[in-house]
Design a binder for this molecule. Structure first.
Ligand SMILES: Cc1cc2nc3c(=O)[nH]c(=O)nc-3n(C[C@H](O)[C@H](O)[C@H](O)COP(=O)(O)OP(=O)(O)OC[C@H]3O[C@@H](n4cnc5c(N)ncnc54)[C@H](O)[C@@H]3O)c2cc1C
Length: 402
């Protein structure tokens, strides 16, 4: 292999490039990015970027010189438009670019709410440009309506509230964050929003927006019209796979790969939010939307591409994500959709709080607020399949580890 192309220059794509060089690959590397910015960190977009003056340069993973030093050709602001796996080439800006090895890391984009009217003041949040536009509009007293109380929506609510905005958070489900942590613990988030003055409205279905040129209100299914100066839509993501539509690769809520992150042809691997793959730990096909999973997959896909199909290793992981809301560090690992939640530190109305999701004696998931050390201990017990039979046993296992 003399020429590897990585498409998508966020955490998965960048980790892939770093790994290729670290593993001694000396051939040509091209990193293609649809965005005009050098690779940057996305999680701060709903956190520090909205609450402070920091700008794009502070989020950059690498100085631009690093790419030149590593002899990586960085193609910023260019989209891969089509993939021809038989001829091993992809089309960018109307020109074909050949590759010997390809890593697809095109991630995901924010899902839009299709209500027919495009009004100013309605935003989604996925890129640095989105975040800067939102920040500009959040002022003390601004009426901010956020649609979707998943982790991006909840973090924006927290950031906007800390800037003095009047925040309403609309959620179609019974409670906040329920997709990520289940309904049982979703109430923890509901309480947090309430404590910090955010008006969380659940079972709220948005049907449209009103205003002339700029949004003035959000309309709900029950006819309620909620005044708004700024709307942020946080209703999940869609994987960026359109450019692969006639490639012959399998697309099914992402680019379907095998357990080694191989997409079918020997020379095509994939990593990050775009990938659906059979995760042995999970027990089925999943698509991650977590920073750490994307970073690990970037490294793994690069290693497997260099190893070749016969020696490629499976990628199995316990999904992990963190979220920062109202000054609290919240961490979640594993499966929160299985078993019952057992409190081991505090109770859901307190901080710190730690609970294990338990199925039989097995720990399937861990959830913590402001308890990072205990979280790490419990996560490693989960990894080692060292569960516990009773909550008391779990509490004393934590105390022993301490
Ligand atoms: C606001 C926000 C906050 C977050 N906070 C957290 C958090 O606290 N904790 C956590 O675990 N995770 C968090 N995440 C999720 C995390 O950022 C993602 O899981 C991670 O960014 C996925 O990385 P990726 O490399 O797979 O893809 P992405 O970050 O989605 O990047 C893909 C890149 O590929 C480019 N691209 C797409 N199509 C093409 C094409 N055809 N040609 C060229 N380039 C293309 C895109 O423009 C983009 O730059 C957050 C995400 C957001 C948006």
């Amino acid at each position: 292999m003399r020429n590897i192309v990585v498409v998508g220059a966020s955490v998965a794509g960048l980790r892939a490039v770093e790994t290729l060089r670290r593993e001694g690959f000396e051939g040509d590397i091209t990193l293609v990015s649809g965005e005009p910015h050098a690779p940057y960190d996305r999680p701060p977009l709903s956190k520090q970027i909205l609450t402070s003056e920091i700008g794009p340069a502070e989020l950059q993973y690498r100085e631009i010189d690093w790419f030149a030093q590593q002899e990586v050709t960085l193609r910023l602001g260019e989209h891969a438009e089509q993939l021809d796996v038989r001829a091993k080439r992809l089309r960018i800006g109307g020109q074909w670019l050949r590759y010997d090895g390809l890593i697809v890391a095109t991630g995901a984009r924010a899902r839009k709410l299709h209500t027919g009217r495009a009004l100013k003041g309605i935003h989604t949040l996925r890129t640095i440009d989105d975040a800067l536009a939102i920040r500009e509009s959040i002022l003390p007293g601004t009426r901010v309506v956020i649609i979707g109380a998943g982790f991006v929506g909840s973090e924006v609510a927290s950031s906007a509230a800390s800037s003095g905005a009047q925040v309403t958070l609309l959620e179609v489900a019974e409670t906040a964050m329920s997709r990520a942590v289940g309904a049982q613990l979703g109430h923890v988030f509901a309480r947090l929003h309430e404590e910090f003055g955010v008006n969380l409205v659940c079972k709220a279905r948005v049907t449209g927006f009103g205003g002339n040129d700029r949004v003035q209100f959000v309309r709900l299914a029950d006819g309620w019209e909620l005044p708004a100066d700024l709307v942020v839509v946080g209703i999940g993501v869609e994987p960026n796979t359109e450019w692969l539509s006639d490639s012959g690769l399998t697309l099914d809520d992402g680019l379907l790969c095998d357990d080694t992150l191989n997409a079918g042809p020997e020379t095509v691997y994939a990593a990050g939010d775009v990938v659906a793959w059979p995760n042995a730990w999970w027990g089925g096909v999943m698509r991650g939307e977590q920073w750490l999973v994307a970073a690990d997959q970037g490294m793994h896909a690069a290693q497997n591409l260099l190893l070749g199909r016969a020696r490629a290793r499976p990628f199995s992981t316990i999904p992990y994500f963190w979220t920062d809301q109202y000054g609290c560090r919240i961490q979640v690992a594993g499966r929160t959709d299985l078993g019952e939640a057992v409190s081991l530190i505090g109770d859901p109305s307190q901080r710190p709080f730690l609970c294990a999701y338990r199925h039989g004696n097995e720990i399937t998931g861990v959830f913590a607020i402001d308890a990072p050390r205990a979280f790490a201990t419990l996560r490693s017990r989960m990894q080692q399949h060292r569960g516990f039979a009773t909550a008391t046993e779990g509490v004393s296992a934590l105390a022993d580890a301490d």
